[in-house]
Design a protein around this ligand. Structure first.
Ligand SMILES: *Cc1c(COP(=O)(O)O)cnc(C)c1O
Length: 437
């Protein structure tokens, strides 16, 4: 279709934008909240039984959620918890990670990964990423040492990276493998759902994730004994009997709990959402891959390597440009064409503005902050080696480079075909101007 000179002029230069109404919010699950959530939550209220283990007339929503999660994704055991952050802390405790231990983790993650490691008393050993935006296998291999205890592998931005190779490496070296699937619920790789590669996997149901109950999370694992520890630790440190009451006599489960149970109200909402997860991720995936298809016309835009497109859960499109300047200009120009969500949403931005996802943007890490007066865990004698570790920018060259040159577009879960057309039109328009087409 012929385009007039007026339409060609970029909105950022005073031209007419491709669209003027904002795109929908990101927040994938939020748009899908409806009668199903209301019905299940209401059932808990009507039964006056918001606690998962016992009550006047318990509805066992959390238990049903856990059962269905196992059935749908093929996990052996699942435990719902109060958040993805708590899930990570519990997972590390269950693996007995503590002072003197290093946990290998990528420099592109979420702050919760670092806090879980530091709160456990262990030391984060940062690993670089590759073009999957997940952990780089070669760099991981080079950083494994005698203090390494576990790998915390984050499936960032909706899809896993080289997870099978990393699971192999973990087995070879006898390291625990925790998959952080907070950003990738419903994702898989070559037919295997995320969470089935490692010893333990965690999920989050916070509102920015693929499904939501406002807050919430899930821990899955294969091993029976490990699961018993996980259940005790998410609670008050003890096992419960069939009536849902504590069993402090059971000597295999006498620990320190974290108090991260999921209430049955949250469970009701999470259960309704979990039944929609395939629909939510399917919608994001198809919209995202239509846009990727259109962008494949431009060698100037390198798209994130998604190893198995069929298993991508789809919430983010990541593009890498020639240099930082082109990245900023391009993302700003696309945004000016009206490709952004409502005020306050974060939907079209250079990844430089992606805050606590990058290691050097986490002040409590770079400054080695402590929650206690004695400076724990940095001050612990078994962690003396950590005084040699510097977490400032410059540690991970690929991370630092991709941070500077990459842009991110959030894919809302209710984009119409016309919305996707607008996004594609905006990209073509900006590319035509900036790549001299
Ligand atoms: C969101 C997130 C978490 C934390 O989940 P919460 O439920 O917000 O505590 C952990 N890891 C990653 C990678 C996340 O994106």
């Amino acid at each position: 279709m012929p385009v007039s000179a007026r339409e060609q002029k970029l909105a950022i230069d005073g031209g007419t934008p491709v669209r003027t109404s904002p795109l929908p919010w990101e927040l994938p699950g939020a748009h899908w909240i409806g009668d199903e959530e209301r019905e299940l939550v209401d059932r808990v209220l009507r039964s006056q039984s918001p606690f998962r283990f016992y009550g006047i007339d318990p509805q066992y929503m959390v238990e049903t959620l856990e059962q269905e999660w196992c059935e749908t994704y093929g996990h052996k055991h699942a435990l719902a918890v109060s958040s993805g952050t708590a899930a990570l802390s519990i997972a590390l405790s269950a693996l007995e990670v503590g002072p003197g231990d290093e946990v290998l983790v990528a420099g592109y993650m979420w702050v919760s990964c670092m806090s879980a490691i530091v709160r456990a008393g262990a030391i984060p050993r940062l690993v670089d990423i590759d073009d999957t935006f997940c952990m780089d296998v070669k760099d991981l291999r080079s950083k494994i040492n005698s203090r390494s205890r576990a790998i915390l592998l984050v499936h960032m931005s909706g899809a896993p990276g080289h997870v099978a190779d990393i699971a192999e490496l973990a087995r070879e070296h006898g390291l625990g493998l925790i998959e952080d699937c907070a950003q990738a619920a419903g994702a898989s790789q070559n037919g295997t759902p995320v969470g089935r590669f490692g010893d333990i996997a965690t999920f989050s149901f916070q509102m920015n994730k693929n499904m939501t109950s406002g807050d919430g999370g899930m821990i899955v694992c294969k091993d029976e004994d490990l699961f018993r520890r996980i259940v005790a630790m998410h609670d008050l440190g003890y096992a419960r009997n069939d009536a849902g009451r504590f069993d402090p006599e059971d000597e295999t489960c006498q620990f320190w709990g974290i108090g991260a149970r999921m209430s049955d109200l949250t469970g009701a909402m999470a259960l309704a959402q979990s039944r929609k997860l395939g629909g939510i991720t399917g919608a994001m995936r198809s919209a995202k891959w239509r846009i990727r298809e259109a962008l494949s016309a431009y060698p100037e835009i390198r798209l994130r390597n998604v190893i198995d497109p069929e298993g991508d859960s789809g919430p983010f499109l990541i593009m890498t440009f020639e240099d930082a300047d082109m990245c900023s200009r391009f993302m700003a120009a696309v945004k000016a064409e009206g490709i952004h969500g409502p005020e306050g949403s974060l939907s079209c931005l250079p990844m430089r503005d992606w805050g606590l996802h990058w290691y050097f943007n986490i002040p409590s890490l770079t400054e080695k902050r402590s929650n206690t007066r004695d400076g724990f865990p940095w001050s612990h004698p078994d962690n003396a080696f950590a005084s040699q570790i510097n977490y400032h920018r410059g540690l991970l060259p690929v991370c630092d480079d991709l941070h500077d040159r990459s842009g991110l577009l959030s894919i809302a879960s209710i984009l119409s075909d016309a919305d996707v057309d607008d996004i594609i039109r905006a990209f073509h328009k900006v590319a035509a101007a900036y790549f001299n087409r």
